[in-house]
Ligand binder design. Structure first.
Ligand SMILES: Cc1cc2nc3c(=O)[nH]c(=O)nc-3n(C[C@H](O)[C@H](O)[C@H](O)COP(=O)(O)O)c2cc1C
Length: 168
């Protein structure tokens, strides 16, 4: 029973050490995009993407609670998770910058619900914004996939703070 589970023991590591250990987990890289009613586009780079369920098709990602994108992603009904291609490290950097127009020079099409699908991605998932779970300093977003597509483009990989094209 959860109520009888012992509490976590006190920690003997700091945040930098925790991040270093986490960085050994190689991931793909996504840009998560959505559109406001006035037509303006929102997106950010996120490596916290993962699968949750096959039936129904569910995925998750997490967003920092202080992110400038939080109000938009909390309120919008849909977003697209773009899985970046091997040649798109520059886009990953562009969509993680604090200032400037992240969509400047970016080619995209609009999904059925009007969310930006970036050109040249390895795959994309159009998600209904199904549920959100605040945990620690992030909010876990669970998306229900309504549409997804795959391209032959190899994916970009993120490992130990670096973008790579192949595992190694
Ligand atoms: C490779 C990479 C992965 C990232 N993954 C996440 C993530 O999963 N969740 C998140 O909230 N921010 C993530 N970020 C940071 C965001 O892209 C962005 O820098 C951050 O949200 C700051 O901008 P904001 O305040 O406008 O949101 C990642 C950045 C990089 C470069």
């Amino acid at each position: 029973m959860h109520s009888r589970s012992p509490r976590a023991a006190s920690r003997n590591f700091d945040s930098a050490h925790f991040r270093k250990a986490l960085s050994q987990f190689a991931t793909g890289v996504t840009i998560i995009t959505t559109r406001l009613e006035d037509g303006s586009l929102i997106g950010l780079t996120a490596s916290s993407f993962n699968s949750v369920s096959l039936t129904p098709p569910l995925v998750l990602w997490s967003l920092g609670e202080k992110s400038s994108s939080m109000p938009v992603f909390s309120g919008n009904s849909h977003y697209v998770i773009n899985i970046l291609g091997a040649e798109q490290a520059g886009l990953a950097e562009q969509f993680s910058r604090k200032s400037g127009d992240r969509f400047k020079g970016v080619e995209y099409a609009l999904s059925r619900t009007g969310q930006p699908i970036l050109k040249g991605v390895s795959a994309w998932f159009e998600c209904h914004n199904r549920s959100r779970y605040p945990e620690g300093d992030h909010v876990i977003f669970v998306g229900e996939v309504e549409h997804c597509e795959v391209s032959p483009q190899a994916p970009l990989i993120y490992h130990n703070g670096q973008f790579t094209k192949t595992m190694g």
